[in-house]
Write a protein that binds this ligand. Structure first.
Ligand SMILES: [Cu+2]
Length: 64
């Protein structure tokens, strides 16, 4: 399924990389599409939203 999260402090490519790494730590096959302008992160995964939010928060980012 596709999950969309808004990560308000995702500002640049390094942020996208860190967030992608956090997501892939949960699901190594996740497809991630992140837009630093809209702050929207689209994740194609079978993990649930709560797990993804926790992993991204643990990497130091804020889910809006
Ligand atoms: Cu950044």
């Amino acid at each position: 399924m596709q999950i969309e999260l808004t990560v308000s402090d995702m500002a640049c490519g390094a942020c996208v990389q860190a967030i992608s790494d956090a997501v892939r730590g949960l699901d190594s096959t996740a497809q991630i599409d992140a837009d630093t302008t809209t702050k929207l992160v689209k994740i194609e995964t079978d993990r649930d939203r709560g797990e993804l939010e926790k992993a991204i928060a643990a990497a130091g980012y804020t889910i809006a």
